[in-house]
Design a protein around this ligand. Structure first.
Ligand code: DGJ
Length: 340
């Protein structure tokens, strides 16, 4: 009888396990947990994919294809960057690992030689060419942040594999932190930190999205990075962070009626405790939530420079107070928040 009970013990423990995995204590390596079904977002908590591995997709962004979301982000080791990971999900809570979308090269002479940095990858779909186009911030191996290039890769499927096309300084401008934005008319834009991050610039992309055009403008010169653009009711909004490396800083929000500006500073969109430090995070993307008109989700990274792969994800709903975007901390929430 006793042996019989022991035989069933693992099953009993599994059934009694809480829905979301518990966090490890300070200094402990995060534990690998069995797959679990999430029904909410828990900003800053450990987040596991459907195989039970920690999600590794930092500085990322999301593309919706049909009714599937694809999340692209930096694959990080403790410090090194190891390429771009992609995950898929139907509900935004549960993510299936789809593999490496873009892999570093084993050729030390390649632009993407292992040891290079591929930061802040974003993917958009080009209707004309039928290709998925990835842009990312590329730093060449062994050169710190001096190369300051934008990199471009393409794929036939959202999960890749992406094929490296080229990298460059757009119109000869340095290009570090970046985002992409596709407007309702299909025109796409690259928003990037330039001139040692003092300038934030925006360039319209060519029709195939593979290169910038010379429509390339200085938006403002206030030393900002981590740009994330979204549009509501004909107005463009732009969230950025300060430039303090991995350290925390205050976010800001700009608004404009045209992407090329003028951009008006509205101030810090974060409200409540820890708002002045973006709740310990740094912007990376704002996702329009499918099927929920006017619903947007703010995505940020809570970087852990001692162990970059353990940087956490802060996803929070964008609220509109007096028609102005505002973001408050929530320990836990789900998409029904947008029905309120
Ligand atoms: C801040 C940027 O936003 C990150 O993507 C990364 O480049 C760090 N700086 C590196 O210090």
């Amino acid at each position: 009888m006793r042996n019989c009970f022991l035989a069933f013990l693992p099953l009993v423990i599994l059934l009694a396990a809480p829905e979301a995995p518990a966090q490890s204590g300070p200094g402990e390596a995060p534990q690998e947990k069995p797959p679990t079904r999430y029904t909410s977002f828990r900003p800053g908590e450990l987040w596991y994919d459907t195989d039970g591995n920690l999600i590794n997709a930092h500085g990322g962004g999301i593309l919706l294809v049909g009714n599937t979301y694809y999340w692209y982000g930096e694959k990080r080791a403790q410090h090194q960057e190891e390429g771009v990971n992609v995950y898929s999900s139907q509900d935004l809570y549960n993510w299936q690992y789809e593999g490496e979308a873009l892999t570093p090269s084993s050729d030390p002479a390649h632009d993407l030689a292992l040891g290079c940095l591929m930061e802040r990858p974003k993917v958009i779909y080009n209707q004309r060419t039928g290709k998925y186009v990835m842009w990312f911030h590329l730093e060449l191996k062994g050169q710190g942040y001096q190369a300051a290039r934008a990199g471009v890769a393409v794929a036939d499927k959202p999960t890749g594999p992406f094929r490296y096309v080229s990298s460059f300084r757009p119109n000869n401008h340095m290009s570090r932190d970046m985002g992409l934005y596709v407007d309702e008319d299909g025109a796409a834009y690259h928003i990037y930190s330039s001139r040692e991050n003092y300038d934030l610039r925006l360039a319209r992309l060519a029709d195939d999205y593979l290169t910038p055009t010379t429509q390339d403008t200085l938006l403002f010169a206030s030393h900002r990075e981590a740009p994330a653009v979204f549009k509501k009711d004909g107005k463009y909004y732009l969230i950025t962070s300060g430039c303090t490396g991995w350290a925390l800083n205050e976010a800001s929000l700009h608004v404009a009626s045209s992407l090329f500006g003028p951009w008006q500073l509205l101030g810090d969109p974060m409200t409540g405790p820890q708002a002045k430090l973006t709740f310990g995070g740094q912007s990376t993307f704002v996702l329009p939530v499918a099927g929920q008109r006017g619903a947007f989700m703010f995505m940020a990274d809570r970087w852990n420079p001692k162990d970059l792969k353990d940087s956490r994800y802060l996803w929070l709903p964008v609220q509109f107070k007096n028609n102005r975007p505002s973001i408050s901390w929530l320990d836990q929430w789900n998409l029904s928040f947008f029905n309120q």
